[in-house]
Design a binder for this molecule. Sequence first.
Ligand SMILES: Cc1cc2nc3c(=O)[nH]c(=O)nc-3n(C[C@H](O)[C@H](O)[C@H](O)COP(=O)(O)OP(=O)(O)OC[C@H]3O[C@@H](n4cnc5c(N)ncnc54)[C@H](O)[C@@H]3O)c2cc1C
Length: 429
Amino acid sequence: MSEPLLRGLAAGDPPSATGPVTGSADKVADVLIVGGGLVGGTLACALAEKGVSVVVIDGEDPEALLAAGYDGRCSAIALACQRLLATIGLWDLLGGESQPILDIRVVDGGSPLFLHYAQAEAQGPMGYMVENRLLRQAILTRLGRLPAATLLAPARMTALRRDLDGVSATLSDGQTVRARLVVGADGRRSQVRESAGIGIRTLGYGQTAIVLTVEHERPHRGCAVEHFLPAGPFAILPMPGNRSSLVWTERSDLVSGLLALPAERFQAELERRFGDHLGWVRPVGPRFSYPLTLQAANRYVDRRLALVGDAAHGMHPVAGQGMNYGLRDVAVLAERLVVAQRLGLDPGAPALLAEYEALRRPDNLLMLAITDALVRLFSNDIAPVALARRLGIGAVERMGPLKRLFMRHAMGTLKLGPPPPRLMRGVPL
Ligand SMILES: Cc1cc2nc3c(=O)[nH]c(=O)nc-3n(C[C@H](O)[C@H](O)[C@H](O)COP(=O)(O)OP(=O)(O)OC[C@H]3O[C@@H](n4cnc5c(N)ncnc54)[C@H](O)[C@@H]3O)c2cc1C
């Protein structure tokens, strides 16, 4: 374990413009973010860039994030979320290590009918693929350059107390942090959520995703392929160079056996699903696995507390939207907290938190329902269902306006309901 990174405001430093935080602590800030993952880390950057003081606690050792064996996943980032990352200075830090998604093909089993989205229809890339590991490194670098941000890592929150005028957290190393709002960005097993007694609804799919990177003979030309097989989706997602990231969904009870296969037999299983459209294919790097469930928090807010990202909503990766929807939470919450700071208002005010929940929960619930329906519709081989969905795919392919509507929704650029938050439009806060 490396030395914890301790920077930023120390005890005795002047509190922020939003008013004093009472009580003594080792660190004092406007906002305490528990969890510095892709969502919590991005929120911290968006706030600190505008002078809102934040302390981020994260359980991961920053040095572990540099290793090639960390996480293993690549995220499809919708166009609107790419704008957000660019606006707060994270995108440039990727140093061009992203792959534009220029085409998307959705194929159902062995059916000749498929849905095809080409960049000509989208008038540019539909999104980008980025390695999670690289995005986390960019977040670390950015946080290190923002004087209003303090990252405490590796450190875990062990206790959280909330009262009328603030929150206090105790960390595994005994340090204390005092703030006016705590944001739970601590993932699916959120301790912040549990500490507030916020319940969750969970649905299991009996599916686990095997994730790995492969290299192949021929270029993918920026094309993402989602192949719906009876065991679940098999996604081939383009990465820079002749490489792709695979999200290979299988029945959970079969996964440990597949992961333990010797290289030759694993290769045969891989080729059987991958096909030969990109020439030869071979795995590079380790195999990872992620059990897949749906999870929805009953509430997103409580006294001086808000949940974002997977702590609030965990979805099946079938549509590649989990992190994108977490970044939508970030855009809405950051906008309100930055405005509150400018006006000298309390960042933990009940009205602010209620507005955040009202804007984000219905949107997330809708996407949870869509991903759930997709998984149930496609992960089976019952003949009438298979026929209906193949006809459905063929029909959508022929219906230009409906097809474009799906595309804009996935890109995060569909204009429905309230206007999108500023960061999703690429407008600085
Ligand atoms: C196979 C797979 C593929 C996916 N592909 C995509 C995709 O293409 N596009 C997309 O948008 N989404 C995708 N997702 C979803 C996406 O990965 C998640 O939605 C996203 O990572 C959630 O980020 P988060 O920051 O909310 O939570 P996490 O990534 O879970 O981060 C939580 C952080 O909190 C820290 N933490 C937890 N508890 C504590 C504590 N007590 N104290 C201190 N720190 C703590 C953890 O160390 C961690 O760093 C995919 C998911 C899977 C499983």
